[in-house]
Design a protein around this ligand. Sequence first.
Ligand SMILES: [Fe+2]
Length: 261
Amino acid sequence: MRYGVLADIHGNLPALEAVLNAVDAHRPDAILCVGDLVGYGAFPSECVDRIASLARGCVAGDHDLVAIGRQTEHLLDDLGAETSGWTKAALTDRARDYLSTLPLHLELGPVVLAHASLRDPWRRVGPAAAEDELLGLSARRPDASILVLGHTHTPLAYCEGVGSIPREDPVKLVPGRKYLLNPGAVGQSHESSPVARCLVLDLTDGSAIFLAVPYDAERYVAELRSSGLPPDAHHRPVQPRTDPPGDALRRARLEAGAPRH
Ligand SMILES: [Fe+2]
């Protein structure tokens, strides 16, 4: 089984089309998505419709939950909160209905999907938190070997007990080991220049290929402007906020020498 895996599309239809074309060249058996189909971007309903028609499995992201009224805006970053009203107004009933069907977690054989973390839909899981997250995977699904997350908008390949793995070449997935994979964001890169990212996960030959796909970002900026959205909504070189309130609180306790709960 070979999956094309997408995350954090954020209403960026030109970027979504670019990654779908790139993934197509690898002849995937199915498309998976780990959430945040909407928020920030100019084509939320179009992106939802595309994923609804294509994806074998999809989970809800924090922006998706806000868009359908299941979470409040105050946990989003500033740009997310600024654009969430626009997104809600732009969503068609059909798109809202699809987002309402999405689970928080999904298990497909050895692969488990969640948006941000298995335990907390707002937690950011980078390399420092990956080992702990894989311990959670072992407790929840001892037979699963691959956890796919999004949310950070930063690609990551991490092997339990080893650490981060270089992503330049196809990542070899060693049988018996557990991996955390994050494709990076389709629709809002946090890099030096706009790029759309995705992942080809091949369970048959045990490999993960990280793709970085160029797309017509200038054309998309014009779409953002004409929609009345911030013209830099597709590209955030610097994270607007690095920690959700829970992590910030835990860190403050640690720095103060308070016991960890
Ligand atoms: Fe996101």
